[in-house]
Ligand binder design. Sequence first.
Ligand code: IMP
Ligand code: MG
Length: 434
Amino acid sequence: MPIVVVVGGQWGDEGKGRIVDLLARKARVVARYSAGNNAGHTIVNERGEFKLHLVPAGIFYPEKTCVIGNGVAVDPEVLLDEIGSLEDKGIDTSRLVLSDRAQVIMPWHIRLDQLDEAMRGEAAIGTTGKGVGPCFVDKVARRGIRVADLLRPEDLAPRIRSALDYQNKVITAVYGGEPIAMESCLDRYLEYGKRLKPYVGDVQAIVLDAHKRGEYVLLEGAQGSLLDLDHGTYPYVTSSVPSSSSGGAAIGVGIGPTDIQRVVGVFKSYSTRVGNGPFPTELLDEVADQLRDHGKEFGHGEYGTTTGRARRIGWLDAVAARYSVRMNGLAAVALTRLDVLDGLKTIKICTAYELDGEVIETLPARESVLDRVKPIYEELPGWQTPTTDVRSFDDLPPQAQAFIRRVETLLECQVDLISVGPSREQAVIVNPIF
Ligand code: IMP
Ligand code: MG
């Protein structure tokens, strides 16, 4: 049975949470494989509305194993809070498994994230400030602390001591910040270790055993491919190692690339971005406000799940999206938030860029160039009837069908699933994904 990866195709917040929640019906194991609590999923189901930052979206199904892979940066306080609030709403979290190899976000990572952004000034990345970037820096610098280290005082004490020796020098001498005390950290993190211990397990074995037994496994990416450390709009990207694109999925749970059978990319019917960096199709007019505030009264407007920031809005950028289809080896697209376009007179799709009088159809590597490209738009007629209650492709307004067919051609990938609202059932399944 297949191992399927779900990735975001744009700059994050494409609606992966709700797509995973829908696809999770058939899966036995749902695993997060990268990033940390910079990510945020909003899931609406019969139990209410949930904002999850670390726990995989499969947790709402009673018989699924939910996994936080070795590729995830885990803030234990955030994870324990999330577990607590799920339990408070009657959701059993005993099927959650946390990799002993996952990196831990420590207090200095959060401090450094904020100090570093302040020091960058005008050139700030616009990070979520959760310490995720500095945690991955330490992972690569081989100074990281892993979940396994939290379980034994004799492992944790020397690791915190040597990390703090170094980090306090950086915090005080480079950034002029206040040093962090050793003792408070040690006690706090040992306590987290005690509370997390029942969840710690062997993630690789869980994924591969389920696969061998013929069960479906869903690997869930965080953020979006255009924030990928290698392929995204560098340096305005996220630091996750492994990356959030499909290439990171195998590494992030400890399997081989040939174990993965299928990759599904989630794209919004338009574009959004939070944080700074190039955004060729960005809109600064009233259309942007209209799209951002669609569903705002129900808490479904375009405001960040993690930071509450208003998201930047733009038309669908097919140049960037096609790049993303290729980078991820996508077999299928899930197109979300189609209903947000309901009522617009016309809808634009960017099909190419103009740069100094030339037409280009690929994403330039340099930020300074990407900042200057002008989108070339194709304008399609909108539809004036709501799509929120539509459940089959043939029942969509003809203009919406034409929009989707055009997206498929431009992205060079078929659209298998369309979402028309935030609830689990508000979806049009064009072709079964698995
Ligand atoms: P960091 O991941 O907090 O270091 O932030 C780096 C960039 O990635 C910033 O532009 C953030 O706004 C963006 N980012 C990080 N996580 C998410 C996410 O889950 N959705 C959308 N953008 C994100
Ligand atoms: Mg999000």
